[in-house]
Design a binder for this molecule. Structure first.
Ligand code: ADP
Ligand code: ZN
Ligand code: MG
Length: 483
């Protein structure tokens, strides 16, 4: 029997507002526990929440970026449940009328592009954090009241790969919009994955399980793979799936039961009486639309048309907005899209990855990158030299022409200097020279390498090759011993 997986994702994205959703407390991550709290977010009796309008604007931005309908009328609802990290005893969320609905994203799959529906996007507050230590637990309420957008997808994904592609796309859009930092380790981008399996060709959905709060793309992939296998095994052995919430144990690579599934009516939802309904007028939506930044898929289209780069390059260059912007800044000063793209992919991004840092964390500027290319064009520097310069430029922000002198990387183009090195190399490698002259052409690269070594990598490769070719053409095998 052939099975197919059905996956729907619920993502919680923490918003990059300075203050919380219903009070003025800071949302800064990592501060002293309970130092960012007030009577409102501590859930004291008699206090009243006031909605942070930035949260509404951010929700509208994401709604527009995901082709959603912006509901001009929406309202908040109380979701009642007891837990020690939720001092009020209820979470303020949206239920019947969320701020956005009916959106979609386009993901790339191995069979081409695929549209994934977004059921709804709603605003809500985050809960606090419990820190479990041995026999007791501590409560940190700094996170309580941090604004969240919950983005609920349709059950449109059919494999763990598609689920990960959807999450990456959504995360990238949030980052481009600048409304979430996307940090999965710190929990600013969290995912609950709902998954069921059914016989291929069936229209009816199978019974699902929900995998809670998995904090990396790799774990989401593995958790789903495991869970799909587990469900298929149960059905094949004639049993039925229990609808439940499960946890992924990343050290064992398995999912384990956490609790049986709660139903909406368990939460006793009702409209939040302490907050006004949210009304958004057309002019406001229009205004936000006009200030929306270019989105990943729009940038990809533009890069394709404007720079004619290969798809592979475009994917890498547009992956992060900061990189794309920096690339275009360099390009505005040095109009060679492919040469710059190559340097970005093979040198610059590699260097930044190794340091685990972003362009903005370094002293890099576009002028310095472009100067490297000018020095290469003027043949004052060779590619080896450029590679050696780059880390220093990143660290110091000094101009390449100054570093070039300081580091003694000036390219050697002087023919008499190069010739004497070539002769030296040929003299001390007579065996290889004889082999070359008797037809082993491949050894040409060996001689080039030897000269490069002797010049500390600074020989002008073009001139070196020309000179070497000339020189070798003049030597006959009988001359070798008398060299
Ligand atoms: P619940 O009431 O359990 O929260 P929802 O209908 O609100 O369920 O859906 C929650 C998420 O689960 C959505 O992303 C939805 O696409 C997904 N989902 C719903 N039913 C299934 C199913 N049978 N298999 C896989 N995913 C599902
Ligand atoms: Zn507060
Ligand atoms: Mg639900």
């Amino acid at each position: 029997m052939e099975f197919e997986a059905v996956i729907g994702l619920e993502v919680h994205a923490q918003l990059l507002t300075k203050s919380k959703i219903f009070c003025g407390c800071s949302t800064q991550f990592g501060s002293t526990p309970n130092s960012q709290t007030c009577p409102v977010c501590l859930g004291m009796p008699g206090v009243l929440p006031v909605l942070n309008r930035k949260v509404v604007d951010f929700a509208i931005m994401l709604g527009l970026a995901t082709n959603s309908t912006i509901n001009k009328n929406s309202y908040f609802a109380r979701k009642n449940y007891f837990y020690p990290d939720l001092p009020k005893g209820y979470q303020i969320s949206q239920y019947e009328l969320p701020i956005c609905s009916n959106g979609h994203l386009i993901i790339k799959t191995k069979d081409g592009e695929k549209k994934i529906g977004i059921t709804r996007i709603h605003m809500e507050e985050d809960a606090g954090k419990l820190i479990h230590e041995g026999t007791y637990s501590l409560v940190d309420l700094n996170r309580t009241g941090t604004p969240l957008l919950e983005i609920v997808s349709e059950p449109d994904m059919r494999s763990p790969e598609e689920a990960v592609a959807y999450l990456k796309e959504l995360r990238q859009i949030l980052l481009y919009l600048g409304i979430c930092d996307g940090n999965m380790e710190e929990g600013s981008f969290r995912c609950d994955a709902n998954v069921s399996v059914r016989k291929k060709g069936d229209n009816k959905l199978g019974i699902k399980t929900e995998l809670k709060n998995i904090n990396s793309f790799r774990f989401i992939q593995r958790a789903l793979e495991y869970e799909i296998e587990r469900q298929i095994d149960i059905i094949e052995s004639g049993n039925t799936i229990i609808q439940e919430t499960r946890l992924f144990d990343s050290s064992k690579g398995i999912t384990i039961p956490m609790r049986s599934k709660e139903e909406a009516h368990d939460y006793r939802y009702f409209p939040e009486p302490d907050l006004m309904p949210v009304f958004i007028d057309d002019a406001h939506i229009e205004n936000i639309k006009n200030f929306l930044p270019e989105l990943p898929y729009q940038k990809i289209l533009r890069f394709r048309e404007q720079y004619g780069l290969p798809e592979y390059d475009i994917d890498i260059l547009t992956n992060e907005k900061e990189v794309a912007d920096f690339y275009e800044k360099c390009l505005s000063l040095y109009n060679n899209p492919k040469a710059l793209s190559n340097f970005f992919m093979t040198e610059l991004l590699k260097e930044l990855n190794e340091r685990k840092c972003k362009i903005g964390d370094t002293k890099l500027n576009a002028e310095n990158i472009v100067e490297i290319f000018k020095l290469l064009d003027e043949q004052k520097l060779n590619y080896n030299g450029a590679k050696a310069l780059l880390p220093k430029i990143i660290d110091t922000g000094k101009s390449p022409s100054i570093l070039l002198e300081e580091m003694g990387l000036m390219q050697i183009s002087d023919t008499s200097t190069l010739e004497s090195v070539i002769i030296e190399v040929l003299k001390s490698n007579k065996k290889e020279l004889k082999e070359y002259l008797s037809g082993k052409d491949k050894l040409f690269a060996f001689f080039v390498g030897q000269v490069m070594k002797k010049t500390g990598g600074k020989a002008n490769p073009k001139i070196l090759q020309e000179l070497l070719k000339e020189k070798l053409a003049k030597i006959s095998i009988d001359d070798v011993d008398n060299l």
